[in-house]
Design a protein around this ligand. Structure first.
Ligand code: FAD
Length: 452
């Protein structure tokens, strides 16, 4: 302990952010992440203000023999941003964003959220693919691939990365680009937090699209028919149109079950109207709230459905199409869901995201098709068992319809090696080789770990 105290004094001499120990009043708030089920206590939280703070904190941890975890936006449902007894390198004070309008690029520091990035980019009439919800962290989501509304038009968040300012396991600071280090650049786009700490990420931007989008709802009694319609209609979408389907509860708190489509179109209004017409007319729906909306505002429409501080357990898998058997199981299981905040979401992959080769980046999931997410959310710890059991049983009941491919960013922690393999797919062996080269001691292990 004397060594830790001595090196902590050394760290204090240069560190410009806050160093929080369990007795500090700000510690309790700082150790919390989005998912209230995660209740871990790091030995020390280093709230960094700049890249030099990250480097110093990492050196301190290594000298003191402490494990390291890294917090970006704190949204990882498995809670990988926080670890008992570790040094938590917390990037949340690092929120700087710089747009280069002429070059159509943006650099965001490691603690930024998508809402902040969208807002700055929109000031210049620009945007890039972010997550489907705006309060998620930019860096964790991007390093894990990053699916979102603009992926059919512009690929994943990771597909738009141009450079990563990276603090490596041995404390060096690199500006990793396709030219500077092709292997590391490849691994960072989908390898999660395994290869270092992203102090900032530089993205390619695109002209801010005109968005026509919103929600279309049907009575739950027609859920099976709606999902069959969706199965046939979604694959006809142009790159401008992305449609996700959900079995959800009404946002008014009534607990009413609904079948819903979320539509997002980036073409001119007349084209949007033409392509959206079949989706707006089928049924007919009980509610259509679709219209022109600025992209940053569209990115917030689901935010309130996933508030901070509730309990979460999520499972997901890519599916082998949407056969009747899967649709019927979805509807049957949804009718038994224990929480009025839980649901099921089908995310449609098509367009630009599927035109990138499966081994061009570390994200292997490049086929046209559907990712099925069971995002279970509830309020009380007393309901943990019922909600986790429903999610696991529902997932197990659908297993025969799954490809085995998993979306890395959604992985739960208790799904074993098959899930990790399913997330990294055929890229796993190359990732292991690169992990050995860039982080041989597995310093960065508080993530969906690639074992070196
Ligand atoms: C409400 C909600 C909505 C979501 N929507 C989407 C979505 O639309 N698309 C999608 O792909 N995923 C989505 N996710 C999943 C989300 O992308 C992942 O949970 C992601 O890890 C969140 O990033 P973060 O920075 O907020 O997370 P954190 O919990 O802070 O970190 C997650 C992991 O990334 C590592 N990490 C974070 N920042 C850095 C960094 N700068 N350098 C190195 N490692 C780092 C952490 O160590 C940890 O292992 C969603 C999650 C939630 C809860």
């Amino acid at each position: 302990m004397a060594t830790v105290a001595a090196t902590l004094d050394e760290l204090r001499a240069t560190f410009t952010g806050s160093l929080l120990e369990p007795a500090d009043p700000a510690y309790e708030e700082a150790r919390r992440v989005h998912n209230a089920m995660i209740d871990r206590r790091p030995a020390l939280i280093a709230q960094c203000r700049n890249t030099a703070d990250i480097v110093d904190a990492l050196h301190f941890a290594r000298r003191a023999g402490m494990e390291v975890c890294v917090r970006g936006g704190g949204h990882n449902v498995a809670g990988r941003a926080v670890m008992d007894d570790a040094l938590m390198i917390d990037l949340s004070p690092m929120r700087g964003i710089h747009v280069d309008r002429d070059a159509m690029t943006l650099r965001a520091q490691g603690g930024c959220l998508w809402a902040e990035l969208n807002r700055e980019a929109a000031l210049h009439g620009l945007a890039t693919t972010g997550g489907a919800i705006s309060h998620t962290g930019v860096s964790g989501l991007t390093l894990g691939g990053g699916l979102g509304w603009l992926m059919a038009k512009h690929g994943l968040a990771a597909d738009n990365v141009l450079a990563v300012e990276l603090v490596t396991a041995d404390g060096r600071v690199l500006d990793v680009t396709a030219g500077s280090d092709p292997d590391l650049f490849w691994a960072l786009r989908g390898g999660g937090g395994n290869f270092g700490i992203a102090a900032s990420i530089k993205f390619r931007l695109h002209p801010l699209p005109p968005v026509t989008g919103g929600l279309i709802a049907h009575p739950v009694e027609r859920a099976g028919e709606m999902l069959r319609f969706y199965r046939d209609a979604a694959p006809t979408a142009s790159d401008d149109l992305t449609v996700f389907a959900g079995l959800v509860h009404a946002p008014d708190g009534s607990g009413m079950k609904l079948a819903a489509l979320i539509v997002f179109h980036t073409g001119p209004p007349d084209e949007a109207e033409r392509e959206l017409a079949p989706f707006k007319e089928w049924g007919p729906p009980v509610m259509v709230e679709v219209g022109p909306v600025p992209y940053p505002a569209f990115n917030t429409i689901l935010d309130e459905a996933y508030p901070h501080g509730l309990r979460n357990y999520w499972l997901s898998s890519f599916t082998e199409g949407l056969p009747d058997g899967l649709i019927d199981t979805m509807v049957d299981r949804f009718l038994q869901v224990p929480s009025p905040m839980s649901g099921m979401v089908l995310e449609h992959f098509h367009g630009a995201v599927t035109r990138v080769g499966a081994s061009d980046t570390a994200v292997p999931h490049r086929n046209e098709g559907f990712n099925l997410l069971l995002p279970s959310v509830w309020e009380s710890a007393a309901d943990d068992d019922a909600n986790v059991a429903w999610t696991k049983d529902t997932f197990a009941a659908m297993k025969e319809f799954f490809t085995g491919g998993r979306w890395l960013n959604y992985l739960a922690d208790d799904q074993g090696d098959d899930a990790i393999r399913g997330a990294y797919g055929a890229n796993y062996e190359r990732l292991v080789e690169l992990k050995r080269r860039y982080d041989p001691e597995n310093v960065f292990r508080a993530n969906h770990n690639i074992a070196s």
